[in-house]
Design a protein around this ligand. Structure first.
Ligand code: DER
Length: 233
């Protein structure tokens, strides 16, 4: 059991899930696992009417295996809440997501939610993006464009772009949408404005979505290894 993740997840769910919440987005990763477990406990105990929209195949499985009602973005475009993990969050609430390669559906669900909240180990809280999460910004690109997007991003923003390779499968990782992922390794000290960086990335032809969640977080729940939770808004 990871007490930091579990305490963050429980604090968020206990505060956010009640009978006025009917449709929620469910994120991806490891911290969302205790969150969904806690949601299921509350839903089953209080017989709440809750529909869960997934952000990945993993989230879909989590929803089903916890006996929760599954919804889709095709049916619901206005969610009451979305809960997800994060790879790094800075003091301006700029956030890197996509460590698990699900940032495209995660961002779609997050923008549909009235409130987007993140649950994470306190270690994800950072003075400057790129100093805690050093694997780069995940960027989903269509497969035929992976070389030209790599070149264009490096030309416009510097740094180094690496295609994310599978571990137990040869070749590039495929996202739930069947695309590739580029990880853009940048110099943290050179970035002035993450909104501008994200806009530049999104305008590169072939880019589908970035793992930069700028100015999207309503509230963050950060758990410590002693089980204490820092809540930040
Ligand atoms: O890949 C993702 O976006 C995940 O949500 C990630 O940001 C958090 O994963 P973790 O809860 O396993 O740290």
């Amino acid at each position: 059991v990871n007490l930091a993740k579990e305490s963050a997840a429980n604090a968020a769910v206990d505060e956010q899930i009640h009978n006025n919440i009917h449709i929620i987005g469910v994120g991806s990763g490891s911290t969302i696992v205790p969150a969904v477990k806690r949601i299921a406990e509350i839903v089953h105990k209080n017989n709440l009417d809750l529909i869960c929209v997934p952000t990945s195949l993993q989230a879909r499985e989590l929803i089903l295996s916890n006996g929760l009602k599954l919804g889709s973005l095709a049916e619901y475009q206005e969610l009451d809440l979305a809960i997800d993990g994060a790879d790094e969050v800075d003091e301006q609430f700029n956030c890197i997501k996509g460590g698990g390669g699900c940032q495209t559906q995660e961002k779609l669900v997050a923008v549909c939610a009235k409130r987007f909240i993140v649950v994470a180990d306190e270690k994800k809280w950072s003075p400057c993006l790129g100093t805690k999460w050093t694997k780069g910004i995940p960027i989903e690109v269509i497969p035929i464009a992976y070389k030209l997007t790599k070149k264009e991003i490096e030309k416009q923003l510097g740094g180094e772009v690496v295609v994310r390779e599978g571990t137990e499968k040869l070749g590039p990782v495929l996202t739930d949408q069947g695309n590739f992922i580029l990880d853009w390794k940048f110099d943290p000290l050179k970035i002035v404005n993450w909104f501008d960086v994200n806009r530049t990335l999104k305008l590169v032809p072939g880019v589908v979505e970035t793992g930069l969640f700028v100015n999207m977080i309503y509230k963050g729940y950060f758990g410590n290894s002693d089980g204490k939770v820092e809540i930040r808004t």
